[in-house]
Write a protein that binds this ligand. Structure first.
Ligand SMILES: [Zn+2]
Length: 514
């Protein structure tokens, strides 16, 4: 007999579910939902960093924005249809940072302006009790700001916004240019009318309804009829060159594709983005129909790219003309399903956006280049995760210490890859489609996703999520094998794999256990 022992970190989370159940403390993983059970949303927890929940639901934003490119300032009028049942909490607030509110109205009645630390407070005493829904209008102006990565930016002959602030917590950035209930789970429809000098083009979310000119200035009226989260609202202004394309869906609908690029990059962008219809075809077949009326991209000097609803903003550095950054084009398109159709309920659930979009990169690689390319891609994801662990330490994907790194993105992708291996391709695809349908045009948190996994698979996946989403780290295995000679020319090999680490688990709202 010959026996060899070795212990190592094995970078294959796919084995985790086989072993996770061995070491779970009793009491974890008991929450079980039967297939077909009616979905009852959990009460949301307080928002990230204790941000107080606002007792309102904004139904619609109707915004006029006049952009002064010379002064680098804006004048705005924002009318919000706000549902405030029973005036719960005595007051609500609108987020508005760095801009001056000049006047406020509820319906047609003027109300006093009470500004407090980036918020405009509305007291219940001003609220007409005859309706639960009223229109709150704010006239405002100023030099809009940013946090260095998100917010409102002016450049040379260009103005643009980025909805996620990588240097802010919480990262919602609409508050830098529109008074809003700036949390990800209060989605609303949007009319955005942007006035700019005649020689410039304004690009925003949804469909261009009207373009009108007055005294040398042009107003672009965009409408997004589908609910949009505040961090996905964006505007970009410059002397863009325009080109278009289209995608014919599986149900024969034509989805227009609109591209706005800086003039020097026109031919490069045409080359780089010509595969978008193929990508849409793959995602429609995999996840369900493209969820919006149009799609497009606009080139602006942001850092990276951002999946603003129906109109991704993409950095000039990512427009190369040689398809170097196809994976980013794929990533942002995938967000239209995972992030925009189904939006994270809370920034603590950021992996539901970024882990999903990152895994979509891998799925598209598999679709276009085959399984071994997928494996190589996932291996590279693992290396990036390990590199971040070296740099920042290990932390859970849920409520992560750092939102924009490899633990959320690349390990998040591994969570889905592992889940797929565990339940099989057919059920995995059904999980994604059911998740998309159940929470379409709405928001979901991690527990919502777990519940869909359990409903579709009929399996208790909670221990898996406890360990790898609510807990930190990756699987550590010891492996041993032995070979026994059973006949003169026959040998029997036995392989034993064992998870060796202590299992860190945590339940939502609870403390880390062991
Ligand atoms: Zn992303």
């Amino acid at each position: 007999m010959r026996k060899i022992d070795f212990q190592t970190h094995i970078g294959m989370l796919i084995l985790s579910s086989l072993f996770a159940v061995w070491q779970l403390p009793s009491g974890f993983g008991q929450e079980k939902f039967l297939p077909g059970e009616i979905h009852k949303p959990f009460a949301r927890e307080p928002h990230l960093n204790g941000e107080m929940a606002n007792p309102i639901d904004v139904l619609h934003y109707d915004v006029d924005l006049d952009i002064d490119m010379e002064e680098k300032s804006i004048w705005g009028k924002a009318s919000l249809d706000i549902f405030w049942p029973d005036q719960a909490g005595d007051y609500f607030f609108l987020d508005l940072v760095g801009l001056k509110a000049d006047s406020m109205f509820i319906n047609l009645a003027s109300i006093p302006i009470t500004a407090d630390d980036g918020r405009l407070l509305v007291d219940a005493q001003h609220w007409p009790v005859t309706n639960d829904t009223n229109k709150v209008t704010v006239f405002y102006h100023g030099h809009p700001g940013n946090d260095g990565s998100g917010g409102f930016f002016f450049g040379d002959n260009i103005a643009f916004t980025q909805g996620e602030g990588l240097n802010s917590s919480p990262p919602s950035m609409l508050r830098y240019w529109i008074p809003s209930n700036d949390v990800p789970d209060d989605k609303a429809t949007l009319d955005l009318k942007v006035t700019v000098p005649r020689q410039l083009t304004a690009v925003a979310n949804g469909t261009l309804i009207e373009k009108s000119e007055k005294e040398g200035r042009v107003t672009y009226h965009y409408r997004e009829r589908h609910p949009i989260a505040t961090y996905l609202i964006a505007v970009s202004v410059s002397d863009f060159s325009f080109f278009s394309d289209y995608y014919v869906s599986l149900t024969n609908d034509t989805i227009p594709l609109s591209y706005y690029v800086l003039p020097n990059d026109l031919s490069k962008a045409k080359e780089d983005w010509k595969d978008v219809p193929k990508m849409m075809d793959f995602f429609e077949r995999t996840f369900g129909a493209y969820p919006f009326d149009s799609y497009g991209m606009v080139e602006v000097p942001i850092r990276g790219a951002m999946e603003h609803q129906t109109m991704t903003s993409i950095s000039s550095r990512l427009v190369t003309g040689d398809h170097t950054y196809d994976y980013i084009v794929v990533h942002e398109l995938a967000h239209q399903w995972w992030g925009n159709l189904v939006t994270l309920a809370d920034w603590r659930d950021i992996w539901l956006n970024e882990g999903f979009a990152s895994y979509c990169e891998a799925l598209y690689i598999e679709h276009t280049q085959g399984v071994s390319a997928l494996q190589g891609y996932m291996e590279a994801f693992k290396e990036r995760y390990l590199s971040e662990v070296n740099q920042r330490g290990d932390f859970p994907i849920y409520d992560p210490v750092y939102l924009w790194g490899a633990t959320v993105y690349q390990k998040g992708a591994w969570i889905l890859h592992t889940l797929r291996w565990t339940v099989g391709d057919t059920l995995f695809r059904r999980i994604l489609r059911d998740y998309g349908q159940t929470f379409s045009y709405s928001s979901a948190d991690t527990r919502d996703f777990i519940r869909v996994c359990e409903q579709v698979s009929g399996s208790d996946v909670q221990p898996f999520f406890d360990q790898w989403v609510f807990g930190a780290g990756m699987i550590e295995l010891s492996a041993s094998w032995e070979v026994t000679q059973v006949h003169e020319d026959q040998y029997l090999a036995r392989l034993l794999l064992q998870q060796t680490q202590r299992v860190e688990t945590r339940q939502l709202g609870g403390n880390a256990g062991s």
